[in-house]
Design a protein around this ligand. Structure first.
Ligand code: FUB
Length: 319
């Protein structure tokens, strides 16, 4: 007698086995990838209606494949001025501590909100607002104070790039990262909007002495969101737009953008961390966090990213 046994594997489990992207479950956007304390970390926006965006979860991994969730590493109770729209974390280790910059309140002229900074002794938090008020509240050069990225140059100087509403500013941060140091002309912010198509989500990467400035274009709620870049000899530009490196693929997902880049420590090896919208979804907040390879050509330009469902192979950090 032949007995047929059917083994039922739920769709989610099958997909989990086959698919490395998204790298974790749930709607998460604007992911900032980093290496902290010898592990990979991703800090994303919780992608939901603005009034529900009141916390950040974070995720850690030893190999870029298995991710551990750290719930509510920063939340409203630790940010006295936050009402809604906790957006786009940017993490950096300095002075033996971890600084988590964030946008709050979707601020408009005359309102309290903008870019804040929270600090913890551990990557997994809990993070607490360090100033009791936003670090940048004002709207200068037309740039909404959101989507900050903190960049440490080789000489140890910290710069913050930020800006929504199609304008991007750069400022210098003090060594304790809690204040802005004016430029020689007395201004706190210089506009460095790289292109008419710039929208938001600036990111800076230094490789072989060149500054790779990247940003998101298009509307984040739609299918055409994408990432473009420029290369410069200076962290302040000029930035000449070279082209897109990440965009929707009708076979994989649309609305791909607001990215960051993880460099394997000590290696010329890079991974792009970004969000995208599955083909089955139309809601603006249905954004999932993914990782794929970021590859350079021999002439230093960046190859267009091939988005995948598979994600990347396991890659441990050598101690
Ligand atoms: O997730 C909130 C906002 O959407 C971000 O600040 C923008 O960059 C866009 O991704």
């Amino acid at each position: 007698m032949i007995v047929a046994i059917a083994i039922f594997i739920p769709t989610e489990a099958r997909q989990k086995k086959k698919n490395g992207n998204p790298i974790f479950t749930g709607w998460y956007a604007d992911p900032e990838g980093a290496v902290l304390d010898g592990q990979y970390w991703v800090f994303p926006t919780y992608s939901a209606p603005y009034e529900k965006q009141l916390f950040f979860d974070a995720f850690s991994s030893k190999d870029l494949v298995k991710w551990k969730k750290h719930e509510r590493v920063l939340e409203q109770k630790n940010i006295p001025w936050l009402r809604m729209a906790l957006w786009a974390p940017s993490i950096i280790e300095a002075n033996g501590r971890f600084y988590l910059f964030f946008g709050g309140n979707d601020v408009h002229e005359g309102e309290i909100g903008g870019i804040g900074v929270a600090v913890s002794d551990r990557p997994e938090g809990p993070y607490k607002d360090a100033l009791g008020k936003p670090l940048i509240n004002e709207i200068v050069n037309g740039a909404q104070p959101i989507d900050q990225f903190v960049f440490r140059d080789d000489d140890g100087q910290f710069y913050m790039y930020y800006g929504g509403w199609r304008h991007c500013n750069v400022c210098r941060l003090s060594p304790d990262l809690l204040s802005i140091v004016p430029w020689k002309d007395g201004q706190k912010f210089h506009e460095i909007t790289p292109s008419e198509s710039y929208v938001e989500g600036p990111f800076m990467l230094k490789r072989n002495g060149k500054y790779y400035f990247m940003w998101s274009e298009g509307g984040w709620g739609g299918p055409d969101y994408c990432v473009a870049y420029a290369i410069s000899d200076s962290p302040f530009g000029p930035f000449q737009r070279i082209g897109k490196i990440l965009q929707g693929d009708p076979k994989i997902a649309m609305g791909a953008g607001h990215h960051s880049v993880i460099q394997i420590p000590g290696c010329d090896e890079y991974y792009i961390v970004y969000h995208r919208r599955p083909l089955s979804e139309t809601d603006g907040n249905s954004r999932e966090t993914c990782i794929d390879r970021l590859l350079f050509n021999d002439d230093g330009t960046i190859q267009p990213v091939q988005m995948t469902f598979e994600g990347v192979k396991a890659r441990k950090i050598k101690k």
